[in-house]
Design a protein. Sequence first.
Length: 443
Amino acid sequence: MKKLLSVLLALMLIFLCACSAQGKEDHQLTSRIDGLIEETKVEWSDDNTATVSFDRHFVNNVVIKLKKAVSSPLKIYNGENMIYEQENNSTYKYCSFSPTESTSLKLELEGGKQNVKSISVYENDNEPDSDFRVTTYILADKIQNIDALKSYTFDTITDVILFSCVNFDSDGELQYNDSEDISGRKMLKTALSNLKSVIGDRDVNIYVNILGPAADDGISDWKSQMENKAQKYTKAFENTELTTQINDLLNEYNLDGVFFDYENPIKAKYWKPYSDFIVSLDSELGDKKIGLAMADWDIGLSKEAMQCVDMVEMMEYDLFDDSGDHSSFDSAQKGIEKFIDAGFDSKVLDLGIPFYGRPVDKGEHWYNYGDYSKVLGKYSNKTEIDGKEAYFNSYQLVYDKTSLAIDYDLGGVMVFRYACDDLNHKDMSLFTAINQSINDRIG
């Protein structure tokens, strides 16, 4: 009997913790959405269809809380015009769209009448700051031909991070990445020339991302690889020559700053030399900016180093939920909370958005959005590829995530990476989705 009671108490505790965690997430996000329309009336015409009525407003945000997570498509109509569709598998449905003047909205969700806890409608007037960033990673070797860059994208992009052209070794020496066809130095020069030509007189910052040494050959398991890399990085960080050479590189090419993508300090003893290096570099670079790409599962930067960092690119991708959805809305929201809880100022943070899809079985395949945009359309995130279902961040989800970043008062969003977009079709480009989300919240 005592054993049975213990089991029941344990199960109850797990249930209460789960409910508390879900409630906390709901509260944290809902409290950041402005402009709640308080007087609303919900009427169900059948088990799947509800009409929400209210005084006339320019509505642009709806939040639906469910008792049980479902992946069935949620559709929202203004009259006969569908203005929103979502298939995110969660109990918290955040729906952001262009302002639409109305006195009622129709919602369609399979089994919604029994599953919906609440429906909230907003005239959300949270605005992005005038310096809201849209940052993108661009492979230097992919833009040796200027035609790979599309001018219209730089009406949205504010910051470019060039990578794949410069590394540092364990001795703290910078090295250019030479290919079979071109030297790394020439690759960087051509990439910068093409970028500046397409950007024209737009105010776009350009940075260089510098990767560190790879793990030794023959190390098979991930943890051992990370340990080996961390040791090499630490040796480099403790060499003052690295700081000097980075400063010289930025000045030589008139770059706006430097970024580091350091995913392997999985132990506290490796975070300290990294943090000390960032503090030292900050004192050397003056007005040049320092940026870091970081994962939410590995945040160990010192408080002093956090104050020296100008931008943090939150790598909220290559992460899967229980349904196998890659880089879902929920995972992005949870990631933002983790970074803020870790002590980062929201204005330093850029929400990372993948312009590629991954299989729901978490297999090691990366599919460019641009190759599947026609199949996905603006609303669908899933399609079948080679017999496997893959999950993308398509147009509407990218729009939603940009709105989410605005609601959390983040510094901006980050795109990984430029060439994965459908650049040849502006109406389907994910940069267009970002641009529309930003502009819909201005004024």
